[in-house]
Design a protein. Sequence first.
Lengths: 216, 216
Amino acid sequence: MDSKIKTTKAGKPPRSAEATKARILEAAKKEFAKNGLAGARVDVIAERSLNNKRMMYHYFESKDKLFQMVLEQAYVDIRTAEHKLSLETLEPKEALEKFVRFTWDYYLKHPEFITLVNSANLHRAKHLKGSEVVKMTNRKLVSLVGGILDRGVETGAFRKGVDPVQLNITIAAIGYYYLTNRFTGSIIFERDLMEKAALDDRLAFNIETIMRLVCA
Amino acid sequence: MDSKIKTTKAGKPPRSAEATKARILEAAKKEFAKNGLAGARVDVIAERSLNNKRMMYHYFESKDKLFQMVLEQAYVDIRTAEHKLSLETLEPKEALEKFVRFTWDYYLKHPEFITLVNSANLHRAKHLKGSEVVKMTNRKLVSLVGGILDRGVETGAFRKGVDPVQLNITIAAIGYYYLTNRFTGSIIFERDLMEKAALDDRLAFNIETIMRLVCA
DNA sequence: TCAGAAACGCACTAACCAGTTACTTGGTTA
DNA sequence: TAACCAAGTAACTGGTTAGTGCGTTTCTGA
């Protein structure tokens, strides 16, 4: 009718498949993280992504497929962030401490990662079964920590015989458990586990735990 | 019509409020553990408990209240089992190792405990807010571990300054995380985390982790 | 033995919710 | 400029789900 310049109705973003998909994925991540897979509402996801529900089904077949995409993206995101740490360039002890610190900080800044993984496990990880990209990125993680461990043994900083997979699991565990159970934990232990001081204490304790575990 | 002896229609248990409540609670525990709070179906719980759904609402007001009861019972059960260990009678190191071992075995034998706690945390522990019994039983747990720790410091077996709450959290964490994430973990690390050998390895690793953390 | 209470069960409902049908709008290109 | 296709929308559907209304059976004690 009027001009041909690229504008749209007030407030609405311009038409773009990529942008729409990204908005849906972001809204879905929040909704799934907040309410779990069964508790999440597709109508809410559609509304929050400024989209019609039909679009969701156009780009992502079903609620389950959408969850699968959200989950895969979450794994790629954390593994990408880990990779950017460039731990290979640091001394073994320094590298390991930085990794423990990073893991903690990442969980703290991205609580949705934890909740998504919990949901995935409630469904026996069926949404992750086919994902080659997840396997590949995780392989890199194990060899990253394995590399630090090997270098540390060489320099005499670390003791021999520590399984890198067990170490990986333990580093994740001591942060993940504290944060995923922060609500029940705060009631059970009758102290606010999310207070600044409490969080600092926990990080220090976790670094101590890991250092004592691997140091010679 | 016929006799007055206490029999009922074939297969049906005799009328008993206590038995009915217990059956509902047991069925609910399984259903909530398997599918989470939102994913659980009250019809399934009613059917599995050999009961009519009406009974469920008679004894437990609502789905949420039922979940609350199941959760509270789960905490009481684990804390009761812990208490039966009589750790006060053992040497500090022995007591601590036994406790780590117990925690692991309990999670392994009662996977529903883990899933219920996860569900509770997804809902920000609102189902646990009022429960005095949960607070009380957990207070005993902290003082139990704290007692072992103190005795160990006295005998020179353990170092000073370890926070009993942090230690408690860590002991739980290294078992809990491995088991709650066993499905995604088995995919990510490309090995079956639930194989007998893998489970034995993990327990040994966990004992090592805790011993190195607290020993002088 | 009978009255009342407590255990039990059928059949229903109103709201909800994942997924669909049938359509309009807008941008690109031949 | 017209034809085509991708982006976008509203209204709907059929099955599901938590929760109830109301009647029946069984037990207890006076």
